[in-house]
Write a protein that binds this ligand. Sequence first.
Ligand SMILES: [Zn+2]
Length: 217
Amino acid sequence: MRIHRLAPLALILVTPATATAGTRLPLTVRVYDMSADPTDRTRSFAAVARVLAPANVELQWLSGPLATRETPAPQDLVVRLVRQDTVATRPGQMALGYAVVDAAGRRGTVATIFLERVEWLARISGADVEELTGLAIAHEISHLLLGSPTHTARGLMRARWTTDEIRAGHPADWQLGRRERDQLRAGLAARLGTRRTPESPRVAALSVRAQAEPTLR
Ligand SMILES: [Zn+2]
């Protein structure tokens, strides 16, 4: 794991989306980092922004004291970064995180990422841990915005991430499909109290071998 000694106590990072689909939708994500790690999460947040950019979502990250200074607004998302001692006792298939979704209301607010599990997966697959953390956050945030706990066979929202897939690094494995992007935009628009028409460019999905190990919920 890469640790930055001079990590900022608080971070506001606004990442403009680059896509042209529809009106840019703002999304504030409050990061409750319960790990006490001095890690600068900027690159993880950038990975999330890259995933959501084709949906034309403009992310604002609140971390450190800024994240907890105020009660979250109803439209805000909360990402908890936690560290537990689960890798040594539960090798093999593990959930990297989870999102609490009200399936009836098709809405969720809080997602949790298990940092030690992401670090374990990054280690055994030779991946960049900050990048992988960002992808895990993007997966769980997407559950919250889609208002659904379901998974897809391909792309970022598949349930299992294998070491082979991570090593291969096919872009389509780590992107939202067009349908998910449209649904995500619709979910975010509803969350913001607006009724904007979702639209996004088409992206081809690659077929990947579903095999192993860590699981996202
Ligand atoms: Zn999931």
